[in-house]
Design a binder for this molecule. Sequence first.
Ligand code: ZN
Length: 89
Amino acid sequence: MAGGWARDGAVSEQIEASISDELARMQARKRPSGDSLIYCAECEEPIPEKRRIALPGVKLCLECQQERDSAFSSRGGINRRGSKDSQQK
Ligand SMILES: [Zn+2]
């Protein structure tokens, strides 16, 4: 018996997606497990050994990590602006 509250539309799927996004970030920060990558998962540049030691479980080089962080914050900005102007029809 899988109750009636289980996923019932696109909205909950969207929420789920952003939650698991957040969760992944938090987990990466909270308990980094030993799987550091030698090469960046984004650009495939080698990740400096210092960085891998400092951040066990690191997956991105510094540049890609910064890009990703700024992408996260600018995404919120775009959303806010969009609902303010509400020019889309
Ligand atoms: Zn990279």
